[in-house]
Design a protein around this ligand. Sequence first.
Ligand SMILES: *[C@@H]1O[C@H](CO)[C@@H](O)[C@H](O)[C@H]1NC(C)=O
Ligand SMILES: *[C@@H]1O[C@H](CO)[C@@H](O)[C@H](O)[C@H]1NC(C)=O
Ligand SMILES: *[C@@H]1O[C@H](CO)[C@@H](O)[C@H](O)[C@H]1NC(C)=O
Ligand SMILES: *[C@@H]1O[C@H](CO)[C@@H](O)[C@H](O)[C@H]1NC(C)=O
Ligand SMILES: *[C@@H]1O[C@H](CO)[C@@H](O)[C@H](O)[C@H]1NC(C)=O
Length: 357
Amino acid sequence: MKTRMLCLLPVILVCSFCSVAFWFFLTNNNVITRPVSKIPQKGSDASESCKGCKDSVLITKALENYSSKWKKQEANFKKFRSLLSSKCHAVSKAVVTQSNTPLGSNVVYDGERRKPLQVTPALFSIFAKEQPFRNATFESCAVVGNGGILSNSSCGQKINSAQFVIRCNLPPLGNGHEQDVGNKTNLVTANPSILHEKYSGLMDRRRPFVESLRPYGQALLLLPAFSYAHNTPVSLRAFYTLEDFGREGPLPVFLNPDYMRRLSKFWRERGLNSVRPSTGLIMASLALEICTNVHLYGFWPFNKHPHDNRSITNHYYDDRESKKNVHSMPTEFEHLLKLHKQGVVHIHLGDCQPNRR
Ligand SMILES: *[C@@H]1O[C@H](CO)[C@@H](O)[C@H](O)[C@H]1NC(C)=O
Ligand SMILES: *[C@@H]1O[C@H](CO)[C@@H](O)[C@H](O)[C@H]1NC(C)=O
Ligand SMILES: *[C@@H]1O[C@H](CO)[C@@H](O)[C@H](O)[C@H]1NC(C)=O
Ligand SMILES: *[C@@H]1O[C@H](CO)[C@@H](O)[C@H](O)[C@H]1NC(C)=O
Ligand SMILES: *[C@@H]1O[C@H](CO)[C@@H](O)[C@H](O)[C@H]1NC(C)=O
């Protein structure tokens, strides 16, 4: 019965939400593959010079609040963290668990108003038994965005040295990227869009999916299964695939829409008027609740490097353009820069010297 429903779901969605679904596949892709998107559009070479000026104005403005000589300001950190925890409760709510989402209750999608999903015994049985961040206070966390600024950064060692490493949307780690991005992963997100793009929505062979997750070891695989109804079936397929074939691999868990609602509200109240925060901001916010020192890498929404003006690609692993999205990246980045300035999070923009911490 349940299986049948899951099979039917996509059909129903395709019929009634065709354009919406397509839009969100695109946008969700942006969300994760590029936590902080570029503000200016990449133009043709002809408009390059003018775009350059505009870029440099934006970069100069952004750098006003950036200092590479960063020092943590304990009082600001504590204040921000306690505010965030009191409103969002990541520790007890970030992940769907059997205690925060009981049998018979309703899961209310955070990204769309539609019929909530009832927690059936079958669904309940795959919810995490325990909150993975219960009591978690990691000494240091690295949240690794996928920005091209990480290319040739030599930040891999520094990223690996964090106690807890968070990555976004199953980014490539091998192929020579290790030096720049490291290879340690404790949590990695997987958006439905990438499951569709890279793994045929897990409708065909599933082993390649399981095998491609090897680099993440036994990290938590965070699936935003309950943001939009069309995300649910593919996320459940990812879950079942790992349950069936991935014993040694990542541990799939579901992002809690209740946490997402709280987080969206938190940032909305601070002037972020996007539909919902990007994955990068979600992960940075999560880290702020569970880590004592939060380092952000690969967050830079411009296509020129701040230090030497060299061109940088869209992602550290490719230069694929992303379409416009539902997030307001410039505003998000401004907020993060503000926290950087206040000594709350440490944004790393420069290249790292591998042997120095
Ligand atoms: C820099 O910080 C100041 C004061 O905190 C703020 O008013 C300004 O908007 C910030 N600029 C940018 C580009 O974030
Ligand atoms: C972890 O949390 C549980 C319940 O919140 C508590 O009973 C336990 O003592 C905590 N453990 C540690 C090591 O803090
Ligand atoms: C990285 O460095 C290599 C070798 O120096 C160079 O060919 C490449 O263009 C650089 N990539 C970026 C994005 O700067
Ligand atoms: C990361 O790379 C190092 C060196 O190549 C290797 O020893 C280690 O096992 C790798 N770690 C993970 C989690 O893949
Ligand atoms: C980068 O370009 C801007 C504008 O073209 C210029 O003002 C700035 O000095 C350049 N910075 C470096 C490090 O070359």
